[in-house]
Design a protein around this ligand. Structure first.
Ligand SMILES: Cc1cc2nc3c(=O)[nH]c(=O)nc-3n(C[C@H](O)[C@H](O)[C@H](O)COP(=O)(O)O)c2cc1C
Length: 374
């Protein structure tokens, strides 16, 4: 197979490849971040830090899972984990030594603070002085922190989002991305506010607020902490279609703003779809928790194979290439009629009456996978 240069420059940051680990358990301390760099990830976003880590107290258990009824494989994942409970000073020392050890890898710090200008500006100043290449503002954690008006409580409020980004812009000497919550009607609104406030890029999406299930023996919802729970953040493969839709909307609304796409990426072909819809980098969290850091090798191979198949020379060549093919439903109808395809050959009542298994009929109405148009 022909090898390809997978590097890409985004906001002045030179990534060896567009595959990044997202803020979360796979980037929970300097030791595992070094492992990720050794495995070949182009960059990482460290687990979110704040000024007062002693306020961060995690519960056990804090994860839940949905499995495929057929294979038993995990397809959806819930967490009620908070941001990092490690002291900022510890993180700053690790950022310094990681940049010394891995000068060519991109190290992005994820930060979150209360709704106070001094707090945001203090954490930005401290973290960038430790040598990180960029920042990601966590305006999107859906559980726990919103009770303190942090995380998603900010990202769901356009005015706060713009203001926080403008505070960061005043003191930032490195590029910063704003990480968006999907728990909102129109994700483009806070994203536009973030860019108006000075954000250099948008990361999307954080987890989707969910209730993973109720235990039918105990009658208690899960994950169950001494009998009680809260709604948590849903991630992994089940959320990918929603994440793809939101990345598409962001790329169309903000064509000049780099997007880092995430949500449900489990392999190279998943990542490529985010890039075709406009993401210039992609991030993985739950996939790496379940499959390990080595999964990046398959992602890189899959990207090279895809580029060879289509004759793309650089990663930039295919970012956003599938974006123009979204239109309105009435335009779809017109296109179908122009192609002289019949809307329906039989009366719909007959169709449904003829079958006992609705899935047989649904199969006729389902798009074939991987159909390539000329
Ligand atoms: C256990 C867990 C902890 C997470 N912690 C953080 C965090 O500290 N900061 C953050 O911005 N996102 C955090 N996330 C969200 C992920 O970075 C990511 O946005 C989300 O899980 C969707 O991507 P995925 O499907 O690849 O996991 C966490 C996710 C999980 C599953």
């Amino acid at each position: 197979m022909n090898s390809k240069d997978l590097s890409i420059i985004v906001n002045g940051m030179q990534f060896q490849n567009p595959f990044l680990l997202a803020a979360g358990p796979p980037t929970t301390n300097g030791h595992v971040i070094a492992k990720a760099f050794d495995a070949g990830w182009g960059g990482i976003i460290a687990k979110t830090t704040c000024l007062e880590s002693d306020k961060i107290i995690n519960v056990v258990p804090r994860y839940g899972q949905i499995r495929s009824a057929e294979t038993g494989d995990i397809i959806g994942f819930e967490n009620i984990e908070l941001i990092s409970d490690r002291p900022l000073e510890t993180w700053l020392g690790e950022f310094r030594s990681l940049k010394e050890q891995y000068p060519d890898k991109i190290l992005i710090a994820s930060i979150m603070e209360e709704y106070r200008q001094e707090a945001w500006q203090e954490i930005v100043t401290k973290v960038q002085a430790a040598g990180v290449d960029g920042l990601e503002l966590n305006l999107s954690c859906p559980h726990g922190l919103p009770e303190r008006k942090m995380g998603a409580a900010m990202g769901q409020n356009c005015q706060m989002t713009q203001e926080v980004c403008s505070w960061v812009k005043e003191v930032a000497t490195v590029p910063f991305w704003a990480k968006m919550t999907p728990n909102i009607t129109d994700i483009t609104q806070p994203a536009k506010a973030a860019v108006a406030g000075g954000a250099d890029g948008i990361s999307a999406i954080n987890t989707i607020l969910c209730v993973i299930g109720v235990n039918l023996k105990t009658l208690r919802p899960e994950p169950c902490v001494h009998g009680w729970t809260i709604p948590g953040g849903y991630s992994y493969q089940a959320i990918r279609p929603i994440a793809l839709r939101m990345v598409m909307e962001l790329a169309r609304a903000l064509p000049n703003t780099p997007i880092s796409g995430l949500g449900g990426i489990d392999q190279g072909t998943d990542a490529l779809q985010f890039m075709l819809l406009g993401a210039s980098t992609v991030q993985v969290c739950t996939g790496a928790m379940l499959k390990g850091y080595e999964m990046v090798s398959e992602m890189k191979q899959s990207c090279v194979a895809f580029m060879n198949d289509h004759g793309f020379e650089s990663v930039r060549d295919f970012i956003g290439v599938s974006l123009p093919y979204f239109t309105t439903h009435s335009d779809l109808v017109n296109r179908m009629l122009r192609e002289r395809k019949q809307v329906s050959t039989n009366s719909r009542d007959d169709d449904w009456a003829k079958t006992n298994r609705l899935s047989d009929l649904a199969a006729h109405l389902t798009s074939e996978k991987n159909v390539l148009l000329p």
